[in-house]
Design a protein around this ligand. Structure first.
Ligand code: PNS
Length: 161
């Protein structure tokens, strides 16, 4: 069976934790759509275009990964695109309640939709985009937290803001 899965997120910006989940999903499934949420209410630090570009650069060695954006409900986007599986990373127990709620809500909205969780790599359990933004904007070193190929672009942007 040719299986396409979706890895949704804010990716504001992409971290090594995201890249780990995307890479592992790309080995398990035929195609991985990485879907960037276009936040209409929240104002992300990186624009949709910037988040997409950073993800494209970070995943350029993974031929079965495609970067897209979506607005509105993920369950509706999956229905429209014919996608039946969401892949998400779970870092810690603290992630579980929120992710569990989202998985159930998405299944209620679209009963064909399954959510699969991959356990985060041990080095990424503490890592989040908000932590990267905070550390970097206070002058800290984010070299161990973001993909090397997009490090400088992320630093430049966060130093400006
Ligand atoms: O990286 P994040 O911020 O944890 O990703 C969360 C995301 C984008 C997967 C989630 O907020 C989402 O799917 N938003 C789209 C709107 C939606 O479908 N909301 C209902 C989910 S219960």
């Amino acid at each position: 069976m040719n299986q396409t899965v979706i890895c949704p997120g804010s990716f504001d910006p992409v971290t090594l934790g995201h890249l780990d989940i995307i890479t592992r999903a790309s080995r398990m499934f035929d195609k991985v759509l990485v879907a960037v949420l276009v936040n209409s209410s929240k104002r992300p630090t990186f624009s949709t275009e910037e988040r997409i570009e950073l993800l494209r650069e970070a995943t350029k060695e993974l031929p079965n990964v495609e970067i897209v954006s979506f607005e509105g409900l993920l369950a509706e986007y999956c229905k429209k695109s014919g996608i039946g599986t969401i892949v998400k990373g779970l870092r810690a127990v603290s992630d579980f309640e929120y992710e569990f709620q989202m998985a159930i809500a998405n299944k209620k909205l679209n009963p064909q939709l399954e959510t699969i969780f991959l356990t985060a790599d041990a080095d990424s359990t503490f890592l989040s985009s908000s932590m990267v933004r905070e550390i970097c904007s206070m002058g800290g070193d984010i070299g161990n937290f973001v993909p090397a190929c997009v490090h400088d672009r992320i630093v430049r942007k966060l130093c400006q803001s």
